[in-house]
Design a protein around this ligand. Structure first.
Ligand SMILES: Nc1nc2c(ncn2[C@@H]2O[C@H](COP(=O)(O)OP(=O)(O)OP(=O)(O)O)[C@@H](O)[C@H]2O)c(=O)[nH]1
Ligand SMILES: [Mg+2]
Length: 333
């Protein structure tokens, strides 16, 4: 106990220093003034004042909520990427693999320059480490109860310019629900924030003869539902990322052909509907065949961090302009 802390209400009693009751109570605890609430009786010292000051928020470095993201977006210019797909397609694994690539050093021509969600990344990454005691690397399932969360990565180019990525992750069940109950689509705020939407297509399920019919129908249905309800209207780019190449490549060539054709058909159909869609293959965690290695991650990071296209500000020629200068300009333009 601090020698200066007053513990008795009786004026002039210094029991806290000499251990004796001024009113001669023995033991001192039997004195009605001893240990009474002395807060009002004494002037708060600076330490007490500091203790009663409002708490200072410390950045937890855990995953960001939508509110946290909006606070960060006031400090940094963020590029938001939404990872969309049904459960166990590999959304969380993909973002963990990107983080892991930067743990090893520069990747895709960029260097790790910080993260506001370092703890969240480290928590996921720990499941892939040998000292986790697991026989095979994994990530924990994203629960339906978990709200939408964002992971932040600041990546620096050699020239010094930094690009801030915010990658959105949520449970696959929520997307599966939104596919059938389209009134839920309005609650999926990632589509309002994301400039890039990535639909993850499970290569393992698509290349399996048993699963592919229902799965390929559901996948299209999800994009259709989101598009028809305006969720994809803000996206500048939409990607189909077919995952788990290590499993799909192990299947027969006819299955691989089916996958390729399916992806091409989906891209062509949605491009015809006006979506800026492209398709790519990724393998973020080649558990089934390590020989395949990590595939498509470098290209993916390059696309996500590509310099933004500058808007075309060249003046448009004016047809049948009344002014001579405009007519000359329309000939040269
Ligand atoms: N073989 C293989 N397995 C993978 C790959 N990517 C992810 N997985 C596995 O697929 C399972 C699901 O991966 P998650 O990243 O949790 O999938 P998710 O889309 O986040 O799933 P939810 O959290 O349920 O929405 C895990 O066991 C991963 O280890 C891959 O490229 N190859
Ligand atoms: Mg997940």
């Amino acid at each position: 106990m601090n020698a200066g802390t007053v513990i008795c209400k009786e004026q002039g009693c210094i029991v806290q220093s000499d251990g004796k009751c001024l009113l001669n109570h023995d033991p001192v605890e039997s004195c009605p003034n001893y240990g009474a609430d002395v807060e009002d009786a004494v002037e708060p010292d600076t330490e007490d004042e500091q203790r009663s000051a409002p708490p200072v928020a410390i950045w937890s470095s855990d995953k960001l909520s939508t509110t946290g993201l909006s606070a960060l977006s006031r400090r940094r210019k963020l590029r938001v990427v939404a990872l969309v797909g049904e459960e166990k397609v590999g959304k969380t694994t993909l973002l963990t693999s990107i983080f892991e690539a930067y743990c090893k050093g520069p990747f895709a021509g960029l260097t790790f320059a910080g993260s506001e969600t370092l703890l969240a990344f480290a928590k996921l990454h720990s499941f892939a480490l040998l000292n986790s005691g697991r026989l095979s690397p994994t990530v924990p399932r994203t629960s339906r109860r978990d709200p939408l969360s964002f992971f932040h990565l600041a990546l620096a180019r050699s020239g010094g310019r930094t690009i801030d990525l915010a990658i959105a992750d949520r449970s696959g069940e929520t997307y599966a629900d939104a596919r059938t109950s389209t009134d839920l689509i309005g609650t999926l705020t990632e589509f309002d924030l994301a400039e890039r939407v990535c639909f993850l297509l499970d290569g393992a399920r698509l290349s399996s003869k048993d699963d592919r019919t229902a799965y390929s129908r559901n996948f299209r249905q999800m994009i259709n539902a989101l598009n028809d309800n305006g969720a994809l209207a803000h996206a500048k780019a939409i990607e189909i990322l077919s995952t788990k190449l290590d499993i799909s490549r192990a299947n027969e060539p006819a299955d691989a052909e089916f996958m390729m054709e399916y992806q091409e058909r989906v891209v062509t159909d949605f491009q015809a509907k006006g979506l800026k869609m492209s398709s790519h293959e990724v393998c973020a965690l080649p558990k089934a065949n390590r020989m395949i290695g990590i595939v498509g991650l470098e290209d993916l990071v390059t696309r996500w961090t590509m310099p933004a296209q500058l808007p075309d500000v060249a003046p448009r020629p004016i047809v049948d302009a009344p002014r001579q200068i405009d007519r000359i300009f329309s000939k040269t333009a």
